[in-house]
Each structure stands twice: as structure tokens, then as C-alpha cells.
Design a protein around this ligand. Sequence first.
Ligand code: SF4
Length: 476
Amino acid sequence: MSTSSITASAIDAVEFDAAIISKLSQSGPRYTSYPTADRFVPDFGYGQFLEAVAGLRLRRSQRPLSLYIHVPFCDTICYYCGCNKIVTKDHSKAATYLGYLKQELDMQGRLFAGIGQIEQLHFGGGTPTYLSDRQMGDLMTYLRENFDFAPDALGEYSIEIDPRTVTPERIHSLRAQGFNRVSLGVQDFDPEVQQAVNRIQPEAETRAVMAAARDAGFRSISIDLIYGLPRQTMDTMERTLDKVIDASPDRIALYNYAHLPHLFKPQRRIADADLPTAAVKLDLLALCIRRLCAAGYVYIGMDHFAKPDDELAVAQRQGRLQRNFQGYSTRAEADLISCGVSAISAIGATYSQNEKTLDAYYEKLDAGVLPITRGVKLDHDDLLRRIVIQKLMCNFELSLASLEQSFPITFRHYFAAELEQLEAFAQDGLLTVDHEWISVTPKGRLLIRNICMVFDRYLATARLDSAQPLRYSKTI
Ligand code: SF4
């Protein structure tokens, strides 16, 4: 496929319809898992996790493994942040944390010995580069001693980097330690916006980190942006996009800022008057989509864009894309082992989450058990709906026949109520349904979360239960 034809199809792949978006915008899950994490139950613990791993061993699973490592610390607070993090300048806390993290890695390494190779590693946070160069080198060596990693050419080994915390030398060191992909937090290049969110990050600093990453041989560089931040205007966004396009990252994640000060305390430092109105926010989104697609990026889905030759875009064309807790991923069917405070694993037909506070996390490890606090074992209906949601999120289409081949159901009967609900979307031109396929149109792609919500059995129950307020962000 020539670059020009890819570029043309990228522009056709997503259509912005402000009237429909305004009509349908509502709160909803991002579906990094199904069931979503708010459905996890405390009854699921260490024992159920061990059963799930035993199941892999029994089935002699040859599926690849993914490993996620959570580093919760940050030096300073960004006012927009809704992550699970600990802001402290006391770096001795990281040394204590690493001691416990190694205990967990040691236990998980023994559990998964001989089951499969790690083909995907992701360090997230917080700020993974809060760890010193020496601590990171030591941790990577420890990981290699406890798990079997695929060679560099086959594995995707990525780390989230706050450019304010690293030098070009550190970037070279991270490559030597085994990372081959980086994701840089940028959010916005405008100094006024940066000041309003307490994240002062000069453009030159970010560009120097990107240049070092290219020089060091990182295979993919990703940038995170946010629209809807305080003091963002169409003019500031135009200038930020000029700079982003000129910097030419391989992937761009464009997140919608969800202002939920009742849930996230740091957001109370953002003045309501500084926030763009809902109408301006939509204009900002339209501008970003138009500029990025015109610059040759492929719209992958939700909030992700990638160059046509990036693995994410290639995996989507080949139908191998999937969603996990880090967003879109190229490793379909990988079991995910997650280590660190609050981290979520996905093993076989289960999800399990670690304790969410450091004290509780340390306490369980001191007792000699894996620090699992809650989780869920998926039943047949969950597995079926998970596949439906995954396919729609990643491929924007669903083959009814192939689903009926894997699950003994008649789609039209099993999902009769859902098909009825989809009719309204079809009338708005967001999708088509025939005997063989559900296909999301370019206009429906930005509203894919709304479409997937139709298949979420738990959401329907939660809506009826007013005692359970939903904590989701706006779908767009
Ligand atoms: S946005 Fe990232 S760096 Fe900023 S406080 Fe949140 S986790 Fe830390």
C-alpha cells in the first residue's frame, strides 16, 4: 500500500459530526477491561489467582505473556492528574518500594516459570523514571533473572517517560537496559497552559529527549497530549499541533481532560473559568483530528493515532489489535502479569487487582502472599461480551458468523435487546447491521465507547441502581 493511499484512507476513516457528538456525549467506561474494574469483587483473592495460573499450566498455554510494572511516585503534582500516584520528594520511599516489588516479582516469576515468554513489558506510573538510573538498571536485571524475555527484535519493551526527569544520557542508558519503546508525557507545548496545570516543560527539553531516543535506537516514540485543559484555545492548540507534527512521533495519544474535582483533589486547583467551554472543546478535538490525519497519521480508535508503518497501525490492518490496561496493544491473546501497587493482571478468564495503598501492599507481602485485593472470574456471558467489545473497539466491525463459531449462540436471538438499541445509532448513521456484520461507520468511530456500552450488561444494572454513582469520564 502506498503512503498516499494510506493517508487518504486515514482521513476517510473518521468523520467529525459535532451535532451527533453533542447529542450522544455521556459518561462511560474506556473498556481497557470487560467487566470494568468497578465490577471487581473482594471475594476474588490469592487462591483464585493461583487457580487461573494453574489453568494456564494445565492447558499448556503457549500464549505470550505481558508484564506491567507500576511505579507510583512523582516529584511534583500536575493539576489535571487522575492517576493513582504518590507525590513525594523523599526518594528513599522508592528504595523501600523496590524491595517489596522484588518480592512480588520473585513470587510471580516462580509461578509463571516455564509457562511462556514475556513478549511485552510496560513500565507505567506515576513516573517510572522517578527511579534512579542505578535503581532501574538493577530492577531490569532482576526482571531478566526471574522471567524469560523474548529477544529485543521480537519484544515490545516500553516505558512512560516524564521528559522533565531525564537527560539524553539517561535515555541511552534506558535503551541499554532493554527498553525499545518510549512514551513521553507532553500534554501541551503552550507555556500558559503548562503553567495552569503546574507542568512546566520547555519544548526544547522534550525535543532533546526525542532526539536522544531516536539516536539511541528506540523503535517507537509516542507522545501524550490532552485537549480540554485550562487556557487552551484554538490558537494555542494550532501552535502545539505545529510543534507535535514537526517533532514527528510515531504514535500520538490524545486524551480528553475529564474535570472531576469531586473525585480528584489536585483538579480543585484548576479554575473553572480557565476551562474551555464544551463547544470549544469539541472544536479543539475536531482541529486535532483534522491536523493529525492531514499530517498522515492513521486514526486507530478512541484517542490513538499512529503513523501508517507503526506496529499499532499494521496490527490493526491485520486484525491483531487488542485493548488492555495500557490502551491499544499489538499482542492479541497475551496474558498480563501486573506487579506493583494497584496494578491489574489479566490471566485466562480472570482479572485481579493489587492492593491500592502502599501500607496494604507491603502488609500482604510481609505476610508472604501475593498482594491481591479484588478481582473477577469471567463467566461465559462476560467472555462473549468481552470479545464483542474488543472487536468493535479495535476493528470497528464484528463478524457475527465468526462469533457464532467460537460461542454456541445465535447472535440475533442472544443479543436481540442490544440489536434493538443499536437501531437508534444506525438511524444516526453511526453503524450498519446486516446478517453477517456490525460495521461502525467513519461517523460512529469517535463514539465507539457509546456503541460498546450497549453490550455492557453491568452498566444497564448500575444505571438502575441510583445508590451506585458511576465514576466514568465523558465518552468524548
Ligand atoms: S500526570 Fe503523571 S507526572 Fe503528573 S502527577 Fe500524574 S502521574 Fe505524576
